[in-house]
Design a binder for this molecule. Structure first.
Ligand code: SF4
Ligand code: SF4
Length: 385
């Protein structure tokens, strides 16, 4: 396993890291088996966003007596209420949940105090000027957290975090689909293998490109979430590229972006952990994503939402690209399971898909021929509004 420095914090983390999805709702025995497999493979970096006390206790019990063996991203602003995960900025709840985290884990410090996701500018401004950041700074001053992080899916908010000077680690959703510059020019770029040589970023969304470069320049670490697009990129039928990438190719893509320190692989079985860790020993051919992406047929984009936003503005204000993205994420899990984070993101939309009046204006504007009216009806059905 290779280890990278987490930006300016100096903390050493395994470049392949583990997210906590696989621990959720599992017995202690299953959690322990997953954690032991990680440690065997040299994985020392874990993200634990879930405030479920049982998940936290399972993790703490499995790691008992081995605090030096792992580096943890523990989240601030997630709470467990009525058997459900919730995000909050209520400082009393934030404090209580964080103190429980330490208690449940049986530790007196967390390596990265990750302020749980802010995707809206206003939300991040509230964090910056309010008690949440003050609390995080106080924890850091007392050595209870070693660094301050922020998780976000928005490049704009990530930039604000960079500029704030207060955030040392950004947990960011990053993969070839999310990174791709929208529009026909990008499709052409994807056919050019040179765009993927030497970590060149041409073909990417400009704002994302700038974000990665700025983080690298300032020593702000990026830890990656959703490297497989929630599974979407591993399935030719679901991928916007209409070809399946392998987990190794997705990991390589993320790990070759500037500023990235580690990728949180979503693993549910010991075999999946071993396959992710095989990144360290696989051949260059196995992890070469450029061949797969560049050989995707151009027509494969037809009918698939590329999240480009060309369909805007919607007559009634629906953010069509976001609805489509959440719908794709909902479909990326098992048939009857929609990740809670996806549900929560959808619930935050100002205008749900059910408000669609089938006027069809968006379909005229979509360069990829997406059946948007059908998609809105499907999203309204899947999310219940
Ligand atoms: S529906 Fe079409 S225009 Fe709208 S975001 Fe998706 S691909 Fe772009
Ligand atoms: S039909 Fe399409 S364009 Fe019209 S409101 Fe609904 S999503 Fe928007």
């Amino acid at each position: 396993m290779k280890y990278r420095t987490l930006g300016n914090t100096g903390i050493q983390v395994s470049e392949i890291a583990m997210g906590s999805e696989g621990l959720e709702g599992q017995s202690y025995e299953v959690c322990r088996a997953l954690i032991e497999t990680c440690l065997e493979q040299g994985i020392n970096f874990f993200d634990l966003y879930n405030p479920n006390p049982e998940t936290r206790r399972n993790f703490g019990k499995a790691m008992a007596g081995r605090r030096q063996a792992y580096v943890l991203q523990g989240h601030l602003c997630t709470v467990w209420q009525n058997g459900q995960y919730l995000r909050t900025r209520d400082i009393d709840s934030v404090r209580q949940s964080f103190e429980s985290l330490l208690n449940d884990l049986g530790t007196d410090y967390i390596d990265v105090g990750m302020i749980h996701y802010a995707d809206k500018k206003e939300d991040f401004e509230t964090i910056l000027s309010g008690p949440v950041l003050a609390y995080a700074k106080d924890l850091k001053a007392r050595g209870v957290i070693k660094s301050i992080g922020l998780s976000t899916h928005s490049a704009e908010v990530a930039f604000m975090a960079v500029e704030s000077g207060a955030i040392e680690v950004i947990m960011f959703s990053l993969n070839p689909a999310y990174d791709m510059r929208p529009g026909a020019d990008i499709i052409e770029d994807l056919y050019e293998l040179k765009n993927y040589e030497d970590n060149a970023l041409s073909g990417m969304d400009e704002q994302r490109e700038r974000l990665y470069q700025t983080c690298a320049a300032k020593g702000i670490a990026i830890t990656v979430m959703k490297p497989y697009g929630g599974g979407m990129l591993l399935d030719a039928k679901k991928s916007p590229f209409e070809v399946a990438l392998t987990p190794l190719q997705c990991l390589h893509y993320a790990l070759t972006r500037p500023a990235v320190s580690a990728v949180m692989a979503g693993c549910f079985t010991p075999e999946q952990i071993r396959e992710a860790a095989r990144y360290e020993t696989c051949s260059d051919e196995e992890k070469d994503f450029s061949v797969t992406l560049s050989s995707a047929p151009r027509h494969s984009y037809s009918g698939r939402c590329m999240y480009c936003g060309h369909c805007a503005p919607c007559t009634v204000g629906i953010d069509i690209a976001l609805v489509n993205k959440y719908l794709d994420l909902a479909h990326s899990g098992s048939k009857d399971f929609i990740p809670e984070t996806v549900r929560e993101h959808y619930a935050l939309l100002e205008h749900p898909a059910s408000e669609c009046i089938s006027c069809g204006v968006c379909e005229t504007n979509c360069p990829f021929g997406v059946a948007i009216i059908e998609k809105m009806a499907e999203a309204a059905d899947v999310f219940g509004c």
